[in-house]
Design a protein around this ligand. Structure first.
Ligand code: PMP
Length: 373
């Protein structure tokens, strides 16, 4: 018997010591589960995909064998994206939600010693995936009014020789957006890859797809989870130069998108004209919410180009936690507590729902804030 070698340990700590210390130091992306009457916390569409579109999807799915893999390349979905965006099919990557594309882009670009510039506060997955890959997230603070500090972003990217600058526009959770000129400046004055996450662009802000032509360092991400009303099916896509797409593709799992989602996303995209009135109604409700919230004393309401609104509870007699709890328990309305994000102490985020849902939220919020005067 080999006496120089001790018995392999069989405790949990011995298992966990094999996980990268940088990962063990991280907190996971989480969401607390609630079952509210009115759900305004995840920026989903309040409207389901119209029945007529669902029927066309069901008909096509009905004849598909479940025992067979989907096509190796999701060419039907990719073709639909190509028709909708006028971007060549070989520059398109489709995935199980745009989350997965954020993960793939950062997997092929980030390693220890590599920097990623992230204007914050923003969607927390960019930082998480940068750090899981061992890279350095270089945070650039938004300005006081939550707009992007373009000069500081450019400076940070140049100073750290950043591999990627992640720009979420419109930005979650602030709703602020970059102009075409600002995006062009960040691209032209750095030599980083520019990852534009446009999950909310159907609701407002500059649609950056026309910028892709002739800019092989730029990538645009889009999702079906918001305006396209398909959060439950998980679908998203990336547009980029075919050479860059081919590299990101190496980190994507084979068959990452199942044939239900692939088929549904292609149909929804080809029928997007039928969804357009719903998207317009959500944007109009966002504007109504913003105007009515701005008239409530004790709140600071930030302008938004997305389908949600960030607001700060400034009245000294009440906390954001009390507002959150009372909306939930008295009015059945669930909003998102974003107060742990950098710069967002005392802040909540609410997404536009149906007019009735928004009324319930506004009435609840008005009466809560009245008691705090
Ligand atoms: N990007 C942003 C900015 C988001 O807010 C979200 C979802 N909250 C995503 C990406 C992920 O979307 P998906 O459902 O397509 O994975």
């Amino acid at each position: 018997m080999d006496t120089t070698r001790s018995e392999p340990a069989n405790d949990v700590e011995s298992a966990l010591r094999r996980v990268k210390p940088s990962v063990r130091a991280l907190g996971a992306y989480t969401l607390q589960a609630y079952e509210p009457r009115i759900k305004l916390n995840q920026n989903e569409s309040p409207y389901d995909v119209p029945e007529a579109i669902k029927e066309r999807i069901h008909t096509e799915l009905g004849s598909r064998p479940w025992n067979r893999y989907p096509p190796f390349v999701a060419s039907n979905f990719i073709q639909a994206v190509s028709e909708a965006t006028r971007w060549p099919a070989d520059g398109i990557l489709v995935a199980n939600g745009s989350n997965e594309l954020i993960q793939s882009v950062l997997a092929v670009t980030v390693a220890p010693g590599i920097s990623v510039v992230i204007p914050e506060p923003t969607f927390t997955l960019y930082r998480l995936m940068t750090e899981v890959n061992g890279g350095t997230a270089v945070s650039v603070a938004l300005t006081d009014d939550m707009s992007f500090d373009v000069d500081a972003i450019i400076r940070a990217a140049r100073d750290t020789d950043a591999a990627v600058v992640v720009l979420c526009t419109p930005n979650n959770p602030t709703g602020s957006a970059l102009t075409r000129e600002e995006i062009e400046r960040i691209h032209d004055e750095t030599d980083a890859l520019i990852l534009l996450d446009q999950a909310y662009v159907e609701f407002g802000g500059y649609d950056a797809i026309p910028l892709l032509q002739g800019r092989p360092r730029m990538m645009v991400l889009r999702t079906f989870s918001k305006a396209m009303a398909m959060a439950g099916l998980r679908a998203g896509y990336m547009l980029a130069d075919p050479a860059l797409q081919a590299e990101v593709n190496k980190a994507k799992l084979p068959y990452n998108i199942n044939f239900f989602s692939e088929c549904a996303a292609a149909h929804v995209l080809r029928s997007r004209g039928e969804l357009a009135p719903l998207v317009a109604a959500i944007s109009a409700e966002r504007d109504r919410l913003a105007a009515e919230m701005a008239a409530i004393p004790g709140l600071r309401v930030y302008p938004s180009a997305a389908n949600f609104i960030l607001f700060r509870v400034e009245a000294p007699a009440i906390t954001h936690t009390q507002v959150f709890e009372r909306l939930l328990h008295d009015d059945g309305v669930l909003v998102r507590d974003v107060s742990k994000y950098p710069m967002l102490g005392r802040c909540l985020r609410v997404n536009a729902g149906t007019p009735e849902e928004n009324d319930a939220f506004l009435n609840g919020l008005r009466s809560i804030m009245e008691t705090a005067q």
